[in-house]
Design a protein around this ligand. Sequence first.
Ligand SMILES: [Zn+2]
Length: 61
Amino acid sequence: MKKTDIQCPECAAGYRRIELVSKRGQAGVYRCQVCNQVLEMFDGSTEVAYRLTVVPERMFE
Ligand SMILES: [Zn+2]
């Protein structure tokens, strides 16, 4: 299991990305939950899960 922290280049939301290399996932894309920017495209060879960890401040303005 690989864990990485990534940040949306568009709105600066923070995500924890967890990749399960021993499992096959679904091909597709993951979009930022805040601004809908595409953060990653998956080929389905591994299972990748994202969790929103940092909500950008401008959401509360
Ligand atoms: Zn975003």
